[in-house]
Design a protein. Structure first.
Lengths: 222, 241
C-alpha cells in the first residue's frame, strides 16, 4: 500500500510536469469530435443519434496518445530499471501508472462532454450516471492500455503497435460504453443501461487483476 | 521414443492425410450429399466453414496453452509453438471470415453482418494479427517471447467478453452446426473435413514451430566457430531461460 501511494505520488508529479501534453491531447479530442460531424453531415437528428459513438471514438483515439507516452519518462532514463533495482513492487508500479492514466482519460472524457453537448445537441440530465459510465469506460481502456504501453515503449514502431494491440481488445469496452451513454442521451425505456454497466464492471474486474498479475513479467524482461 | 527420421517426417504425414481427407470430404460434400432443404446449394459451404471455425479456435487455444507453458517454465520450445499456433490460427480465422462473407451474401443478403460469432472471429483475427506484428517489432528473443505470451493470454481472455457483448448488441447467426444439429446425411463430409483440417493444422503447426526453433537457434547462438555454434544453440533451445 505504501509503495502504491509512492507510485501514485510519482505519477502525480509526472503528470503535473507534463500538463501541457494533457491539454494538447484534449485539443486533439475536440478536433476529432468536430471532424466526426463532417462525416455524418449537418442533420441535427443524426448527429444526436450517433453522439455517444463519436464521444467514445474521440476518447479512444486520444487514449493512444496519452498511453503511448505514459512510459516515456521511465524508458528514456532507464528509470524503470532503477525502480525495480530499488525493489519497488512491479504491481504497485503498474497500479500507480494505470490509476494515473485512468484519471487522466476520465478527466479528458468529462472535458469532451460539454463539447459533445454543444456540437451535437446531445445532453442528459443524469450527469452523475454519465460521469460513472465515463469512469468505468476509461478504466477499461487504461488497464490493458498501460500494460501494452509498457511493452511497446521499448519496441520499434510503438505508435503503430499500441492501437494495433489495444483496439481489438477494447471492443467490449467501446460497445458497452457507447450503448450505455447512448441510452442515457436518447432514453432507456427498456432499462438496458444496467446490463452494459455490468459488462463494463466485469471487463474491468478481469483486466485490472490480470494485467496487474502479468505486469511483473513484462518489466522483468525490460 | 520416436526416431529422429520419423519425427522429421511426421508433419508431412499429417499434411498428406489431412489433404486426402479434405479432398474426399469436399468431394462427398459437393457431389454426393443432398442439398439442404431451405438453403439449397449454399449450405455445402458448411463442410469447410464449420471445420475451419473449430480448428481456428483449436489453434488459438493451443497458442494460449503454449503462452501459459512459456511463462510457467521459460522453455524456448513453447515460444516457437506459440508463434506457430498464433500464425496458423490467424490464417484459419482469416479463411473463416472470408467463408462467412461468402455464406452471408446469398443467405442474409449482405457480405458482412455484425453477428456475434462473425464479429468475435474478426476481433480475434485482428487481436492475434497485432501479436504477430508485436513479434516482428521486438528484436530481443527473451522480450519477444515474454511479451507475446502476455499479449496472447490477454487477447484470449477477451474472447468470451467480446462474444457476449456482441451477442447482446446484435444476433443473426443460425444455430451452431455440429453433427448433432444437422441431418445424418451431412455427417460424413462434415466429419471428414473436420479431421482433414485438423490434420493439416497439426502438420502446419509442427512445421511452423520447426522454422521458429531454427530462427531461435540462430538468434541465441554465439557467433564464433561453427562446431560451437550448433552445440551451444541446441543446448539453449532444449533448456529454459
Amino acid at each position: 500500500m505504501k509503495q502504491l501511494l509512492a507510485a501514485l505520488w510519482k505519477e502525480g508529479l509526472l503528470q503535473w510536469n507534463l500538463r501541457s501534453r494533457f491539454f494538447a491531447v484534449a485539443v486533439f479530442g475536440t478536433t476529432s469530435l468536430l471532424l466526426f460531424s463532417f462525416a455524418i453531415g449537418p442533420s441535427a437528428q443524426a448527429l444526436r443519434q450517433y453522439s455517444a459513438g463519436f464521444l467514445w471514438l474521440a476518447l479512444l483515439l486520444s487514449s493512444t496518445l496519452t498511453l503511448s507516452e505514459s512510459f516515456q519518462a521511465e524508458t528514456e532514463h532507464r528509470a524503470l530499471e532503477g525502480l525495480l533495482l530499488l525493489q519497488a513492487s512491479p504491481r504497485a508500479l503498474f497500479y500507480g501508472k494505470a490509476i494515473a492514466n485512468w484519471l487522466q482519460l476520465a478527466l479528458l472524457g468529462m472535458m469532451l462532454v460539454p463539447i459533445m453537448v454543444v456540437l451535437y445537441d446531445a445532453g442528459t440530465a443524469d450527469l452523475f450516471r454519465l460521469a460513472g459510465i465515463i469512469l468505468l469506460g476509461s478504466a477499461g481502456l487504461s488497464a490493458p492500455g498501460t500494460l501494452y504501453a509498457a511493452m511497446v515503449a521499448q519496441a520499434r514502431a510503438q505508435q503503430t503497435l499500441l492501437p494495433l494491440l489495444l483496439f481489438p481488445l477494447v471492443v467490449p469496452v467501446l460497445l458497452a460504453s457507447v450503448k450505455a451513454t447512448s441510452l442515457l442521451i436518447l432514453g432507456d425505456p427498456m432499462g438496458q443501461t444496467g446490463s452494459w454497466i455490468g459488462l463494463l464492471l466485469c471487463f474491468n474486474a478481469i483486466y485490472w487483476s490480470l494485467c496487474g498479475l502479468l505486469f511483473g513479467r513484462v518489466v522483468e524482461d525490460s | 521414443m520416436t526416431s529422429p527420421r520419423l519425427s522429421r517426417r511426421l508433419p508431412f504425414f499429417f499434411i498428406l492425410a489431412g489433404a486426402a481427407l479434405l479432398l474426399c470430404g469436399s468431394y462427398i460434400g459437393l457431389f454426393v450429399a443432398p442439398p439442404e432443404r431451405m438453403m439449397g446449394e449454399v449450405q455445402r459451404l458448411m463442410y469447410v466453414h464449420v471445420p475451419t471455425a473449430w480448428n481456428s479456435m483449436l489453434a488459438l487455444t493451443f497458442a494460449f496453452i503454449a503462452a501459459l507453458a512459456y511463462l510457467a517454465g521459460g522453455a524456448w520450445k513453447w515460444d516457437a509453438r506459440m508463434e506457430a499456433g498464433i500464425e496458423v490460427g490467424v490464417v484459419l480465422a482469416f479463411l473463416l471470415c472470408v467463408q462467412g462473407s461468402i455464406w452471408a451474401k446469398p443467405t442474409w443478403g449482405v457480405w458482412w453482418d455484425w453477428d456475434p460469432r462473425l464479429t468475435t472471429t474478426a476481433v480475434l483475427l485482428l487481436a492475434f494479427a497485432g501479436i504477430i506484428a508485436l513479434r516482428r517489432f521486438v528484436d530481443d528473443p527473451g522480450r519477444r517471447a515474454t511479451w507475446s505470451a502476455v499479449a496472447t493470454i490477454i487477447a484470449f481472455a477477451d474472447v468470451p467478453i467480446v462474444y457476449f457483448s456482441v451477442k447482446w448488441w446484435n444476433s443473426l447467426h443460425q444455430l451452431q452446426s455440429t453433427p448433432q444439429t444437422v441431418s445424418s446425411a451431412f455427417h460424413l463430409p462434415l466429419r471428414m473435413n473436420a479431421f482433414g483440417i485438423l490434420f493439416l493444422m497439426i502438420g502446419w503447426i509442427m512445421l511452423r514451430s520447426r522454422i521458429a526453433e531454427a530462427r531461435l537457434e540462430s538468434e541465441l547462438a554465439p557467433p564464433p566457430t561453427a562446431s560451437r555454434f550448433r552445440d551451444g544453440a541446441h543446448a539453449q533451445l532444449g533448456g529454459s531461460r
